[in-house]
Design a protein around this ligand. Structure first.
Ligand code: IMP
Ligand code: MG
Length: 178
């Protein structure tokens, strides 16, 4: 048992997460056949999702990461986004799939898509494990969505509360947020 585990419940069990990741991987494999796909995971939250999803994509993809900070210590989106670690390879002319853990207000993704567009990729699409439509303030097109969820604060499978619980194999929800 992970310390503090009594503070959250299971929202999406590990088997359901993995089954959905397989489905998304199959879909992406079909959609990107013959393309020059680079899968870009947004740190740190999407690291688990990218690791599992990319292994379900049966194509010669490359992987890269972008570090973004938008939240600080709070559970509310500030709307202030900055790049803490940039891509290691250029994306000009490539087919970019942004892999996110969760889209909440959409502010992070909106910032990122504008930033990437300037770099002239051939295409940009978004794959997010979770989508919380309740708080959307910047409507962004989500091409692949794992699960649409209620307006609860979730942890696990890469998602954190104050940097903890990322290593839970399932998606949990916080019963109380301090
Ligand atoms: P947005 O800019 O409001 O869409 O927020 C996106 C980012 O906020 C995600 O990439 C997460 O890092 C973080 N985030 C949003 N909701 C949650 C949550 O319920 N749990 C943990 N992190 C969250
Ligand atoms: Mg994130």
């Amino acid at each position: 048992m992970i310390q503090g585990e009594e503070r959250f419940g299971v929202l999406i069990p590990e088997e359901r997460v993995q089954a959905r990741v397989r489905e998304l991987g199959e879909q992406i494999t079909r959609d990107y056949e013959g393309k020059d796909l680079v899968m870009v995971g947004i740190l740190k939250g999407a690291s688990m999702f990218l690791a599992d999803l990319s292994r379900q994509v049966k194509l010669p993809v490359t992987l890269d990461f972008l570090g973004l900070a938008s939240y600080g210590q709070s559970t509310e989106s500030s709307g202030v986004v900055r790049i803490t670690q940039d891509l290691t390879e250029p994306i000009v002319g490539r087919d970019v799939l942004v892999v996110e853990d969760i889209v909440d207000t959409g502010l992070t993704l909106d910032f990122l898509l504008r930033n990437f567009a300037v770099r002239k990729p051939n295409s940009i699409r978004v794959c997010t494990l979770l989508h919380k439509p309740a708080n959307m303030v910047k409507p962004v097109k989500l091409d692949y969505v794992g699960f649409v969820i209620e307006n609860v604060f979730v942890v696990g499978y890469g998602l954190d509360f104050e940097q903890r619980y990322r290593n839970l194999p399932y998606v949990g929800y916080l019963k109380e947020v301090y």
